[in-house]
Ligand binder design. Sequence first.
Ligand code: FAD
Length: 407
Amino acid sequence: ALKHRIVIVGGGAAGITVAAELKRRDARLDVAIVEPSEAHSYQPGWTLVGAGVFTRRQTEREERSLIPKGVTWIKAAVSAFDPENNVVSLSDGRTLGYDYLVACPGLKIAWDAIQGLRDTLGRNGVCSNYRADTAEYTWRLIQEFQGGTALFTQPAMPIKCAGAPQKIMYMMADHLRRRGKLDASKLKFCLAGDALFGVPFFVPPLQKAVDDYGIDTCYRHNLIAINGPAKAALFSVTDKDGVARDVEMRFDMIHVVPPQTGLDVVRDSPLANVAGWIEVDAATLRHVRYPNVFSLGDAASTTNAKTAAAVRLQSPVVVANLLAAIQGKDMAEAYDGYGSCPLTVALGKIVLAEFAYGGKVTPSFPLDPRVPRKSMWYLKTKFLPWLYWSHMLRGGTIDIRHRERGW
Ligand code: FAD
């Protein structure tokens, strides 16, 4: 039967980084990656595709070019996890055994949770930066916008990159202002929650951007249905007493971010917690019931911001602890919940939100992180993509936080 010593499920940001780092630590390790897709996307770049700063091609590479040397690529999807027997089932009918499993297949964007969305996405002024093709459509709509109403939706948390629903809103507002169209436009941020951002420390600069562009904020608004041809969006709006009513809003353009959950294959497996995420210890990233299973990235139950930035710091922890497990030693490393969200409050300016578990603010640089900066725009558009492709996915170890050095 097919078997590898270490099986990694998912060849996204997490899977490639862990594989590369394992091989760098010990080139003899027998590692396989299960990944069905031939393309790999730098998803943090999609926000910039939507704003016309990156092309879609700049965010994509061939998966084959990223699989580390000596690692076996199994081009299939996992269709079931069976951690009691240390096997996974594959979409091509085979089963694959392992001694150690790293499960990082990402999350499910629930496009079907919004009635009518699938039929109209990518047409009728309905766009989303949560898919590469419809991020390209976002940019087309922004360029063509001559005034009217633009809606931006944000579902209940958790979602990947919690700031992404509003980043594109600020960049569009700035774009309209530069073209002299902002006064003729009404931008509305319709969010399920009742705060602009989950970490209160970063709310003031975002509130300032909202006020400055004259954006309406509509809290406790949950998008439930969309009618593209009629240019109408239906929200379930909950008042302060928890009573819900339906409210319809007209739009000329709408940027949609659907709710996000664990993948079905995870939710239906013994690996999941009740919410559908792979249930790992928040610090060691080892599964709470299956000691030979680790998880990280968007699929994991940890409460950090679901970001590539989090993956960058989780990967060395998983690798160190997995190697310790192989040697029968105690868990060596702990993850502190670091994640980061570069908030594009204007074209060319970013508030770099960096924080760990419990909303603890953990800046990498000795500067007030609430101040929008041009330098952070360069970090986002130049340095971070390089860090991702050329360093992180190759199993590198730069820690740009420098916190240990007392910054
Ligand atoms: P992914 O990178 O999504 O990879 C999961 C992989 O698993 C995929 O390759 C998929 O094909 C594969 N897979 C799925 N199902 C199966 C299966 N059944 N079997 C095998 N393989 C499977 N992060 C930041 O740090 N900064 C940002 O500014 C930022 N902005 C973002 C903006 C947008 C619009 C989006 C969508 C994301 C953004 N992120 C950002 C988040 C970041 O991209 C993710 O957190 C990161 O990619 C998570 O890595 P992952 O490996 O867990 O999941």
